[in-house]
Design a protein around this ligand. Structure first.
Ligand code: RIB
Length: 307
């Protein structure tokens, strides 16, 4: 029983700025830091910190033969994540992300994928033994699309609940989306998947968008609404789950931490609604701290916020 995360590992190069630069603008930043990141590894790290004793989290991904890769594996191991299925690329360096965070907590992220994109779909069958016997599988889109699609299908075949964070935003075909049990886009990703321009959504506006997305294949949709929490629909029940009010300093990896909380809740047999509340609480704590994996909360912190 446990969680498998299939996805990216990046070393994040993070600089704080007062205000994010406009096109063509140079701004002076402060506090350069290297922090373990990558959407996949962030989800694995946060799940490792949240999961109860006796259950485990496994990471599938690819790094380069370099010091960043070693550091990323060590960060996951320290969170209790099994990294035996993290392999090394023969030709590509470990992925890196250049991140600027402004004082409002909002950020911009540019990823150089490196080894994360050196994961051919032909390698997926070898993942079967990693998925086998587990309950929830987490995916994102910082790996080749064909690989994500094949791995989703394999996880389904092995009986796992599949959760896809469709980030970074990109068009997705219905045959991929129909391998997804729970799709968790933010507003930009949700509207992008429907071919519309990004805008902020109210929970009321999110309701029909969630249904349009469900019609494309996923069994359930959780539309993340930032500080408004999220809107979730499984076809029978549709509801808004308000976010926790906190002082945000850095939104980096909030979505990844949300997905980790959701996966941990579901893997422990919680109802869909309770798992979403746990996900909201984990994400709220993460935005009060700087960085990606450095911001993932412990289970005790999440339980305390949930009261
Ligand atoms: O979701 C945040 C993550 O996106 C960062 O850690 C960065 O590495 C990019 O993958």
């Amino acid at each position: 029983m446990g969680i498998v995360v299939c996805g990216s590992l990046n070393m994040d190069f993070v600089v704080s700025v007062k205000v994010l630069p406009a096109h063509g603008e140079t701004v002076l930043g402060q506090n350069f830091q290297m922090i373990p990141g990558g959407k996949g590894a962030n989800q694995a790290c946060a799940a490792g910190r949240l999961i109860s004793e006796g259950a485990r989290v496994r990471m599938i991904g690819r790094i380069g033969h370099d010091v960043f890769g070693d550091h990323l594996k060590a960060s996951l191991s320290a969170a209790g994540v099994d990294v035996s299925a993290v392999t090394q690329s023969r030709s590509q360096p470990t992925g890196v992300a250049l991140i600027a965070v402004e004082s409002s907590g909002q950020n911009t992220i540019v990823v150089a994928s490196g080894a994360n994109m050196d994961m051919p779909a032909a390698d997926v069958e070898a993942m079967r033994r990693v998925f086998r016997g587990n309950t929830v599988a987490l995916f994102q889109l910082e790996s080749p699309l064909e690989t994500v699609k094949a791995a989703l299908a394999l996880a389904r075949e092995e009986g796992l609940t599949t959760i896809l964070d469709p980030a970074p935003a990109q068009p997705l075909a219905n045959d991929l989306l129909s391998q997804v049990d729970i799709l968790t886009p933010n507003e930009v990703e949700a509207l992008g998947l429907l071919g519309r321009t990004a805008s902020r959504l109210t929970p009321r506006e999110a309701a029909p968008i969630a249904e349009e997305l469900r019609a494309r294949g996923p069994r359930r949709v959780i539309l993340k609404l930032g500080d408004q929490g999220c809107f979730a629909s499984d076809g029978e029940t549709a509801a808004h789950y308000p976010g926790f009010r906190v002082d945000a300093v850095d939104a980096t990896a909030a979505g990844d931490t949300f997905n980790a909380g959701l996966a941990v809740g579901l893997s422990e047999g919680m109802s869909f609604a309770d798992a979403i509340r746990m996900a909201n609480a984990a994400a709220a704590i993460s935005v009060m701290r700087r960085g990606a994996q450095s911001s993932a909360p412990s289970r005790a912190e999440v339980d305390a916020l949930l009261g």
